[in-house]
Design a protein around this ligand. Sequence first.
Ligand code: NAP
Length: 280
Amino acid sequence: MSALILDGKALSLESEADLTQRVAAIKEQNNGQAPILATILVGADPASATYVKMKQNACKRIGMESIAVEMPSTTSTRELLAKIDELNINPNCHGILLQHPVPSQIDERACFDQIDIAKDVDGVTCHGFGRMAMDEEAYGSATPQGIMRILEAYDIDLIGKHAVVVGRSPILGKPMSLMLLNGHATVTICHSRTQNLPDLIKQADVIVGAVGRPEFIQAEWIKDGAVVIDAGYHPGGVGDIELGPLVDRVAAYTPVPGGVGPMTINTLIQQSVIAAEKSL
Ligand code: NAP
């Protein structure tokens, strides 16, 4: 059996074509005013700087603009909260991305939660999380929302399926689990204190790897015919799941790179366009 490749890159390009038209329509109806995403980068972490650049480039490709806010690594919580307040009331800013992680002296949760719910296009606030969990309208956390869009685009049936999510971070594992639950899967959430991880993973019809450790989830733990979603990306082009031996025996998988990553960025810009459509 040759597995279906869940091609996030191709889906993101299709979506960008649609978003480009929507941005053009927004500009036409608003005297040339483009949707604007504010990106906040605190500190000098090179990986974070690269992610922010990729998000700004994605904005450019669809005709959106971005406000690039860069703050030093010595920034305090109070200073970051003040910057977020400023963007919250700026009518020319339609969405706010605070790049995770921020330096350790900053209360990241407080800063995420300061983002106006109408501008929370990366889906990081407790308010947005709660609404999403209750299946109310909300901007989903970008990575898990991007994964849900991949599953939907490829007609992956979740109803009654056993989904196992490895990882419970606020921006990935936790919202992922709730989204799959809302999609009527039966969900098991695993984390660093979980016992018998391989046995739990062996039961998965859908497995999501969101651990942050290269190829931590071994191919032999995954059953034939499973749907494999790998959110990880590490140097050397590997994810959190050992994908190599799986490609001939699972039903479908997200490649690394080219699976979850492009749809994370695409979801951020899609939600920014929606926020601009609502506000303009
Ligand atoms: P994180 O905040 O470090 O969370 C990692 C999670 O894995 C935690 O919940 C942790 O459990 C769990 N974990 C750690 N060791 C484990 C073990 N031995 N067994 C079971 N669970 C274990 O990471 P994250 O931000 O969620 O990111 C996860 C992965 O996704 C990373 O590879 C990251 O690069 C990737 N990612 C990709 C994108 C994208 O755009 N493609 C975006 C974000 C993240 P505890 O809660 O118990 O500590």
